[in-house]
Each structure stands twice: as C-alpha cells, then as structure tokens.
Ligand binder design. Structure first.
Ligand code: ZN
Ligand code: ZN
Length: 252
C-alpha cells in the first residue's frame, strides 16, 4: 500500500516535470486535454472547432460584423487611422482572453508559439506583401518586469516563418496608463507622443511596406499611434495584424 502510494506520488511528480518542460506537446493549450498526432497548433480538435475565428469583418479595422455587405463599421466611417487596414484572427472572447492573460500576466510565454502559428496561417492567406515585420513596443521598465514583450515574440516568429526581417522600428517613450478602461477619444489622447522612432532602423523603413503585429486590437488608437510614427519617418504603408479583436461598445 505504501509502495503504491509512493509510485503514484512519483508519477504525479513526473507528470509535473513533464508539464513544466513539455507543456505544449502534452496537453491542449485551451482545455488541458490530451493531444493526438493530428493536433493543430497545440489545440485539440474540439477546442479548435470552437475557437472564435473572425469570418465577416470591417474592411478597414477588421472588427467582426454580422452584416458583411456593410463594408466598413460605424467607427471607421468616422475615424481615420494611419494604417491601411487591420485584421485579426480571433474575436477577443472566452478561450482567447484566457490564453492572452496566461502569456501576458502568468509568464506562460510558450503560448506565444501556437498563437504565432495562427497569425502565420492568417498572413499566408492575406493578400499583402510586407517588406518588414515589427511589433507594438512596450515601455522598457514594463518589458523588464514581465521579462518579454509578447507582441514582439509573436512578430518575430511570424517574420521568421516568412523569411522577412523583424525590426524594432519604434520605441515606447512614455508609460501611458492602461487603455482598457478608456474610450476612443481618451485612447487617442493617451497614445499621443507615447511612441517614437528607433533611430537605429530609421533608414531601413524608407519607402517600405510594414506589417505591424500586436496581440489585441481594441480601438485602433495604439496601432494608429505607432503607424503615425512609422509614416512620419518614411514608411510607405502599414498593415496591422493582431491575434484578437476586442469588440467594444463605447461611443464611436
Ligand atoms: Zn482542447
Ligand atoms: Zn471598422
């Protein structure tokens, strides 16, 4: 009996170690279920079919829309951005929110890899030809505290998969308050003068088409703020690709 207890304890410990060192290959990243060989991007088949892929969207900002014939959403009819258009793989709901929170706030950096695989699949179908891939920068102190910038990890993997150069084209010079509770106008003011050019790569972006990657798109204020800096410094055009699009119902 004692022997049996010891064995099960040892097995649990072995599983614990496996989970630490090989989490992606052992379990579905969403439900924790066992994966088989056919698993796609570390997801079990059940989770994969239930993921909130965006099918119909605003031609400008990528917001999910039920009425596809509408073309652009109400916000885009009134707002202007410094990027050509934005696209997102998923709606920012349930499983995706949980996953983003895990890699953002719980140090589960390995989740960026399967998420970057979804971005890669999206870009392969998207009819654009970027010259350079970049990401939304983080304020240095914040990046140091987290240990990484998740947007940069996603962007670097995507760039590598397409054999494109990844460059940190901008820097974040101000630690602006979190955007999550702000409305569009406040968000726009909130990102004003927050980003600056990374002088080390300024020359390289001249006349280039840039793909800007971030993990979550909300009002477009952040993506537009970074795009504005890129354009002012000679970039030809900017496309935005994010993992998820948060649908907000504030004033437009
Ligand atoms: Zn699953
Ligand atoms: Zn829109």
């Amino acid at each position: 009996m004692i022997e049996q207890k010891k064995t099960s304890k040892w097995n649990r410990f072995k599983q614990y170690l496996l989970d630490i060192f090989f989490p992606r290959h052992v379990k579905c990243i969403f439900c924790g279920g066992e994966l088989n060989e056919r698993a796609h991007n570390d997801c079990c088949e059940k989770c994969l079919t239930n993921l909130p892929f965006i099918k119909n969207f605003c031609a400008r900002c990528g917001e999910p829309m039920s009425d596809y014939s509408a073309g652009v959403c109400l916000r885009c009819k009134r707002k202007n951005y410094d990027f050509v258009c934005a696209r997102s793989v998923f709606e920012y709901t349930n499983k995706i929110v949980a996953c983003v929170h895990k890699y953002k706030y719980s140090g589960q950096k390995f989740l960026c890899e399967p998420m970057a695989a979804f971005l890669t699949e999206y870009l392969a179908r998207w009819d654009i030809s970027p010259d350079i891939v970049t990401s939304v920068p983080m304020f240095k102190k914040k990046e140091k505290a987290r240990g990484y910038n998740q947007a940069k990890i996603l962007a670097e993997i995507v760039a590598k998969n397409f054999n494109l150069p990844y460059l940190d084209l901008t820097i974040k010079v101000k630690d602006n308050p979190s955007q999550t509770t702000l409305h569009f106008k406040e968000r726009q003011d909130n990102v004003k003068d927050v980003f600056d050019i990374n002088k080390a790569h300024k020359a390289e972006m001249s006349g280039k088409t840039i793909l800007l990657i971030d993990d979550v798109y909300t009002t477009g204020a952040t993506a537009s703020g970074v795009s504005s800096v890129l354009k002012k410094n000679g970039a030809k055009q900017i496309y935005v690709l994010t993992l998820a699009h948060a649908v907000i119902n504030d004033e437009i």
